[in-house]
Unconditional design. Structure first.
Ligand code: E4P
Length: 225
């Protein structure tokens, strides 16, 4: 299981990268809007994330609505840095754009995936990454992890002829809210979890670790007087 951080906040990305366990970054228009950035700053912001995370995949989402515009925006985003991954929402226009971009060697992360057929079509069109959402299912009273399990099992049944040499297509567990989402995704064999920074910090902590540290410190104080 690889860990991506799901944020566009540069401080969060810098800190997550400093831990030495980060394998990538995902952003989306909402996460970028949260930074307070404006349109003119968007591309420089993505370039800065790519610089901080040199060599790691950084997903930058296209907001285009037609296949031609997605292809054009995808090419432009991909030209910003070698580690850019173009994020496209699953729909017929984006499948066609993914097919074209993949044939040009551009990596696409197909996002907003909520069903196995969507994921299978994304893989077949040439997506390098497929992002099924977990938390948003839970938000509407459904079982996001059960949905993820179905998608992982269906996608892993086949090979697709794209990105084989890189081990793709990889499944990014998205819309992660809790450490348990990460645990269960790993047990299912999802390749990646993209985790918001707050939830990522929770993944590092455990109350028994805190308790153990406190008792070691107290006992060591007896030793050192
Ligand atoms: C995926 O890459 C998305 O950016 C993200 O995981 C969406 O999560 P949310 O449901 O918390 O908005």
């Amino acid at each position: 299981m690889k860990f991506f951080v799901d944020t566009a906040d540069l401080d969060e990305i810098r800190e997550a990268a400093s831990w030495g366990a980060l394998s990538g970054v995902t952003t989306n228009p909402s996460l970028y809007a949260k930074t307070g950035g404006k349109l003119a700053d968007f591309e420089p912001h993505m370039v800065e994330i790519c610089r901080i995370c040199e060599g790691l995949p950084v997903s930058a989402e296209s907001t285009a609505e037609t296949t031609d515009d997605m292809i054009a925006e995808g090419r432009r985003l991909a030209s910003l840095a070698p580690n850019i991954v173009v994020k496209l929402p699953v729909c017929t226009e984006a499948l066609a754009a993914t097919h074209q971009l993949a044939s040009e060697g551009v990596r696409v992360n197909m996002t907003l995936v909520f069903s196995a057929p969507q994921a299978l079509l994304a893989a077949r069109a040439g997506a390098r990454y497929i992002s099924p959402f977990v938390g948003r299912f839970d938000d509407i009273g459904d079982d996001g992890l059960a949905q993820l399990q179905t998608i992982v099992a269906a996608v892993k049944n086949y090979t697709y002829g794209y990105w084989d040499e890189e081990g793709g297509p990889e499944i990014i567990t998205a819309s992660v809210r809790t450490p348990n989402h990460v645990t269960q995704a790993a047990l299912m064999g999802a390749d990646i979890a993209t985790v918001p920074f707050g939830a990522l910090k929770k993944c590092v902590r455990h109350p028994l670790t805190d308790q153990g540290l406190a008792s070691f410190a107290a006992d060591w104080a007896k030793v050192t007087g």
